[in-house]
Design a protein around this ligand. Sequence first.
Ligand SMILES: NC(=O)c1ccc[n+]([C@@H]2O[C@H](COP(=O)([O-])OP(=O)(O)OC[C@H]3O[C@@H](n4cnc5c(N)ncnc54)[C@H](OP(=O)(O)O)[C@@H]3O)[C@@H](O)[C@H]2O)c1
Length: 355
Amino acid sequence: MVDNAKRREFMRMGGMCAAAVIGSSFVACGDSNKSDSSANDSNANISKSSESSAKDSNDLPTNSTNLNGVLGETYTLSNGVKIPKLGLGLWRIDNDKVPSVISEAIKVGYRHFDSAQAYENEVGTGEGVKNAIKGGLKREEIFVTTKIRAEHKTYDSATKSIDESLGKLGLDFIDLMLIHSPQPWNDFRGGDYSQGNIEAWRALEDAHKAGKIRAIGVSNFLQKDLENIFANCTIKPMANQILTHIGNTPFDLIAYCKAQGLVVEAYSPIAHGELLRDERIQKMAQKYGVSAPQLCIRYALEIGTIPLPKSANPAHIASNAQVDFAISEADLEELKKMRFKDYGEHSYFPVFSGK
Ligand SMILES: NC(=O)c1ccc[n+]([C@@H]2O[C@H](COP(=O)([O-])OP(=O)(O)OC[C@H]3O[C@@H](n4cnc5c(N)ncnc54)[C@H](OP(=O)(O)O)[C@@H]3O)[C@@H](O)[C@H]2O)c1
């Protein structure tokens, strides 16, 4: 599938840089020739691949990098691994549908897919990626995220689940793997699972060091959950995937993550679809001549997060990537002040329960 020498070099990029974060002091290990690699700069790990590719000797060979607009842009994680700025969410897409959804998205230019053990669609995700490779893409051009089930809070169960994910995906490596939640779902924002999270994190560190995962991170982690990991890790998390959309944006947590060198991924950027009904969003979208989802996705980009809109509809998948417009400062301020936390019939999901 991937030529062995290239694969070794590819994994080495993540692995070598991981060594730079071992110990208590964190070293942002991005491109040494970039001036944006300071860990104290909130935009430290932001880069446009289109800007950096010519001068970045670590760049991977690709054959699909003529992607337009946001689809061709990346952030650089603290270990030097590049992550596309827009991803496709795969939650609630059935295993057997995922390959065709990925195929539609690949045609549009998406290269970043967000799955999870809990979505029960890793097999379909892997199939979609392998089909894209058969179609001419290189594995290195596609970014695959999956997540350890929130319930795995021991080293052994987390480790076993990582290997199971690799088996289901049928891929040689995972690009980014996250701890799905600091608590099991039936106790979301409840009890103290700090020891369990340390164990799950150690499982991710070991899989990363073994070359099974290029980058590692967390999801739904609050500042106190991150502090627990920072105090007990040898490798700092590189990303935190959190609920972020117009009306419900955890600005303080996002600022904290960025200050700590983590890239923030915005999940449910359209509030699981609920924001489409909001008249304020519809009105502002009209002003820009865009759709409500496009405004929501652009907002997530404007605040420096990676939006992961989910869609299984080819027309939506395509239009959600057409977000190369700018929201004015005044309108962005208005959007930041909005409050929207009504997930209607979806409020039974722990992440939409308001906890
Ligand atoms: N880490 C976590 O705990 C966590 C939690 C939730 C979500 N996530 C991730 O974030 C992703 C996105 O979140 P989400 O699935 O909750 O919701 P979302 O992306 O905020 O919204 C998805 C909904 O919006 C609709 N939609 C999307 N684009 C549209 C368009 N252009 N026009 C009309 N409707 C459109 C979709 O329907 P169609 O399919 O019909 O287009 C779907 O009903 C998930 O798939 C998952 O990967 C992670």
